[in-house]
Design a protein around this ligand. Structure first.
Ligand code: FES
Ligand code: FES
Length: 168
């Protein structure tokens, strides 16, 4: 990686939800701040700002990542997805989002974007998780409202629907 000046802004360019975006970021700027404040993508939430709560999770090259622990310059050249990119077409929820709606898997919704992004990545790699798998995976996310039961139910339901769709 080229040497970066601490004071200067550096150009970055990456794919975000299927579109190329570009901007400038100071080397210490967090990806979560770049998404929210430079690009106006406020669907990514910021809670603890030190990697504990999971609210800021985004998809970087198919892997869930804490955007509060990622520098904006590290996104350069990568492929990112945020919660704004989940819907398959405008106004239509993804299978996972629809399962969250059906199971009432959110209350205040603060944790929801991060959980959705993590589960979206997870279900792409794990077609048949059981409840223990989902609970272990969700250990990286804090939700103060739901008690997790409806979130787990939604994840299992979404996994089943995705399996059915892949065999249709
Ligand atoms: S805001 Fe990033 S993990 Fe909490
Ligand atoms: S729905 Fe409120 S923190 Fe999870």
């Amino acid at each position: 990686m080229p040497r970066l000046s601490a004071a200067a802004r550096h150009p970055i360019r990456f794919e975000l939800n299927g579109r190329v975006v570009a901007g400038e970021a100071e080397p210490r700027m967090l990806l979560s701040d770049f998404l929210r404040h430079r690009l106006g993508m406020t669907g990514t939430h910021v809670g603890c700002e030190h990697g504990v709560c999971g609210a800021c999770t985004v998809d970087i090259d198919g892997v869930p990542a804490r955007s509060c622990l990622t520098l904006a310059v590290q996104a350069d050249g990568r492929r990112l997805r945020t919660v704004e990119g989940l819907e398959p077409e405008p106004g239509r929820l993804s299978v996972l989002q629809e399962a969250f709606r059906r199971h009432h898997a959110l209350q205040c919704g603060f944790c929801t974007p991060g959980i959705l992004m993590s589960l979206d990545c997870y279900l792409r790699q794990h077609a048949s998780p059981d409840e223990a798998d989902i609970r272990a995976f969700l250990g990286g996310h804090l939700c103060r409202c739901t008690g997790y039961v409806p979130i787990v139910a939604a994840a299992l339901d979404a996994a089943q629907k995705l399996r059915e769709a892949s065999h249709a």
